[in-house]
Design a protein around this ligand. Structure first.
Ligand SMILES: Cc1cc2nc3c(=O)[nH]c(=O)nc-3n(C[C@H](O)[C@H](O)[C@H](O)COP(=O)(O)OP(=O)(O)OC[C@H]3O[C@@H](n4cnc5c(N)ncnc54)[C@H](O)[C@@H]3O)c2cc1C
Length: 481
């Protein structure tokens, strides 16, 4: 027989300690949503199902005991570390849900400068790890804009990517090993080695699982030399995105590895570069870093390639450095943005996709006019490419809208869903991926079968095998209907 809500809370208090089980009504309300429905927290209107408790785990053993209990009694587990999720991954997908919060598992286990790797518990904010490794002249190379708040568990669980991805890769290129707890409480440790060919790479069952297969308790990531004295910044203005994509492609295909490679359209660009770019100008920018000789050759080579495009007009590199210095989002910027939304009822959202070089501009050109034509109240609509590869790039659509005839709690249905539907439809039509780095969460789960196509049964099989009772983050990645 199923346990009552009160009995579940009581069992958890006995399993851990009473102070690890938070049932404060305000905390439960705030924990019913993430940034996907952030307006509910900003305007304090709550319509979503609340978890029964927020459970603060302090060790792998705590996680193991909680997951064994949840699996036995059919309690849905929502894993959380930094809480910066944008796609509804932190919403309670079932009536009897608990949030298992790993933010108190916040120890840096080891910084191994000789083997160039660092091990951290899931609740270590990336900024903290980065600050520590910088003290010994190293960097993780990972710098998502949420770096001050997002933590190692969530960063791995969402397949996150940072600003320097073109040189260091996404988190999947950085994780060398990890520890994870599976439903039922079993603990698996994947050892840290430079490479393996011992069958499929099972790190990828953990990386990107969004709490729908397992709970990540510890991760080991690579480290790199940090040489800020060698940083070089380059920027150009230009009139057309097509030219920018061509130049970006040439740089990537030629084998250059800038740490940052970005192309902003004019409307998105005006948010950052209006002090030097005209309102109809796009911006192409690069940053090179690392070893002095390689950095110099990278910057010179890129400048030579871009010079082949007369449309590209160089800008003073100091502007690009200034932009770079103000990129990350800590709690202060988040609070300022929430306050802006509360007072103006003007909302800013983003959606990121990827595609090959042949398709990316087609997707961009299909999405922008459709959103303008089909969605009322748009006050800004643009996008940028921020992560490039030899075979393609991403597009990060950035849009603002006024809430017209719309209560804050209706925003997702009236605005966000119709917009992401357009973006996903057009991306799939041209063969791209509907998610470049924020995860599927619950927001994009309805598109997942089309995203995977004939490989969807492989994903479903993983879910069925690792989470046979369906207690891990129900509705995340795999939709419930
Ligand atoms: C202002 C802002 C800027 C952002 N910039 C970027 C960016 O540049 N690049 C980028 O990739 N993303 C970005 N994001 C998205 C977000 O920060 C990332 O998805 C990040 O990886 C989430 O980490 P977190 O610790 O906050 O995870 P949470 O928000 O706690 O959780 C995210 C997801 O992972 C699951 N999860 C959390 N912890 C665990 C665990 N220990 N085990 C298993 N599953 C777990 C959760 O259930 C949820 O589905 C941004 C978000 C914001 C709000």
């Amino acid at each position: 027989m199923a346990l009552s809500n009160a009995a579940i809370v009581e069992h958890l208090q006995q399993l851990l300690s009473a102070d690890q089980v938070n049932t404060d009504p305000v905390e439960l309300q705030r924990s019913s949503v993430d940034n996907f429905r952030k307006l509910q927290n900003i305007f304090d209107v709550h319509t979503m199902r609340e978890p029964l408790a927020v459970v603060y785990v302090r060790s792998t053993d705590d996680v193991s005991r909680v997951l064994a209990f949840a699996d036995e009694h059919g309690v849905n587990v929502v894993a959380r570390t930094g809480g910066t999720a944008t796609e509804g991954g932190l919403e309670s997908g079932a009536e009897q849900s608990i949030v298992v919060d790993g933010s108190q598992m916040n120890a840096i286990v080891k910084i191994d400068a000789y083997n160039m790797q660092a091990t951290a518990q899931c609740g270590v904010p990336l900024q903290l790890l980065e600050d520590e490794v910088r003290k010994v002249g190293l960097t993780t190379g990972h710098s998502p804009q949420s770096k001050p708040i997002a933590s190692m568990g969530g960063l791995v669980a969402t397949r996150s990517i940072g600003q320097f991805s073109t040189l260091y890769g996404g988190i999947e290129d950085m994780v060398v090993g990890c520890e994870a707890v599976f439903p039922g409480g079993g603990v698996s440790r994947i050892k840290n080695v430079p490479r393996r060919a011992a069958g499929p790479d099972i790190r990828h069952i953990v990386i990107g699982n969004e709490g729908a297969l397992c709970y990540i308790t510890e991760v080991t990531v690579k480290l790199f030399p940090h040489l800020p004295e060698n940083h070089v910044f380059l920027g150009w203005t230009l009139k057309q995105m097509t030219t920018g994509f061509e130049a970006l492609r040439e740089v990537m295909v030629a084998g250059f590895k800038p740490s940052v490679a970005r192309l902003y359209d004019f409307e998105d660009g005006q948010l950052h570069f209006s002090h030097f770019a005209k309102p109809d100008e796009c911006i192409l920018l690069f940053m090179a870093e690392g070893n002095a000789g390689i950095t110099k050759a990278t910057a010179e080579g890129i400048a030579e390639l871009v010079a082949k495009y007369p449309e590209c007009v160089p800008v003073d590199p100091k502007f690009i450095r200034e932009w770079f210095d103000d990129l990350v989002w800590g709690p202060d910027k988040v609070t300022r943005e929430d306050e802006r939304i509360r007072t103006t009822r003007n909302v800013n959202r983003t959606t990121e996709i990827s595609a090959d070089w042949s398709s990316i501009n087609q997707i961009y050109e299909a999405v922008i006019p459709r959103i303008r034509a089909e969605i009322k109240g748009i006050t800004l609509l643009g996008g940028h490419s921020s992560h490039s590869y030899i075979n393609g790039t991403n597009m990060y659509f950035n849009y603002f809208y006024d809430l017209i005839d719309c209560e804050p709690e209706e925003e997702n249905d009236k605005y966000y869903f119709p917009i992401i539907d357009i973006i996903c439809e057009e991306t799939l039509r041209f063969g791209g991926s509907i998610v470049h780095h924020h995860g599927i969460g619950k927001a994009r789960a309805k598109w997942v079968r089309e995203e995977y196509g004939s490989s969807f049964p492989m994903l479903q099989t993983l879910k069925d095998a690792f989470d046979p009772h369906g207690v891990m983050n129900m509705g995340t990645i795999i939709p419930t209907n």
